[in-house]
Design a protein around this ligand. Structure first.
Ligand SMILES: Nc1ncnc2c1ncn2[C@@H]1O[C@H](COP(=O)(O)OP(=O)(O)OP(=O)(O)O)[C@@H](O)[C@H]1O
Ligand SMILES: O=C(O)[C@H](O)[C@@H](O)[C@H](O)[C@H](O)CO
Length: 203
């Protein structure tokens, strides 16, 4: 991180973008990372195959199923710190115990919860194709969701506006990241033809 001003101490920030399936974690998380020039990792990539198969078959995950997945995401956060790099990772983070596990001993973690009504998310999931997580799973996701209490210091943002505005709302609550941690437009200069395509169509 040669050209970003370093804060007084501690590892660079890592955002964990959370929310029930279909709230836009991938869409918003990857855009947030792109606008900051940071690395993005998708929480779905950390699931063991057995979890993906289970979700695809329409069975909600249990605490036990989620344990190795959360551990793998926590490892990614720790790797960022070891490299001295910031990052963004998505993770549903539905229950408080999961959030505590992810942020425990990691002061650089900033939790962001994406929020939308069931009706809005149903509409978006119904319009999304080719994803293992189907709209039928949404009720179980809302059932597991434990809304953060004020002591958790979670940034809650509505996903009703378009993705760019959702990211603006996150920046508004974290004004230091753009000022201190935005990386030069490396991604923009080198971005591939693929990145020039418009994002997945938004309903
Ligand atoms: N702010 C937004 N406005 C309009 N459409 C959106 C917005 N955010 C996401 N979408 C659309 O909603 C759908 C779900 O978004 P996305 O796949 O990013 O959610 P997700 O939380 O990552 O889902 P999952 O947890 O199942 O992986 C996608 O089709 C996406 O294009
Ligand atoms: O916690 C969970 O129930 C799951 O991990 C899901 O939330 C998925 O990771 C994802 O959000 C679906 O695509």
């Amino acid at each position: 991180m040669a050209d970003a001003p370093q804060p007084a101490s501690g590892p660079p920030p890592v955002f964990i973008v959370m929310g029930v399936a279909g709230t836009g974690k991938t869409t918003v998380g990857s855009l947030l990372a792109r606008r900051l020039g940071w690395r993005y990792a998708d929480g779905d990539e950390f699931h063991p195959r057995s979890n993906v198969d289970k979700m695809a078959a329409g069975t909600p995950l249990t605490d036990e199923d989620r344990r190795p997945w959360l551990a793998a995401i926590a490892r990614w956060v720790d790797e960022r710190a070891a490299l001295g790099e910031p990052g963004v990772v998505s993770c549903s983070g539905l229950r408080r115990v999961y959030r505590d596990r992810l942020r425990g001993g990691r002061p650089q973690v900033r939790l962001v919860l994406l929020e939308g009504t069931r009706e809005l998310i149903v509409r978006r999931l119904a319009a999304r194709h080719g994803h293992f997580m189907r709209v039928e799973m949404l009720d179980s996701q809302f059932a597991d969701l434990e809304l953060p209490r004020p002591d958790e210091d979670v940034t809650e943002v509505s996903v009703e506006p378009p993705p760019d505005e959702v990211v603006d709302a996150i920046f508004k609550e974290h004004p230091d990241v753009e000022r201190l941690w935005r990386r030069p437009a490396r991604g923009r200069i080198r971005r591939s033809a693929r990145d020039h395509r418009s994002p997945r169509s938004l309903p």
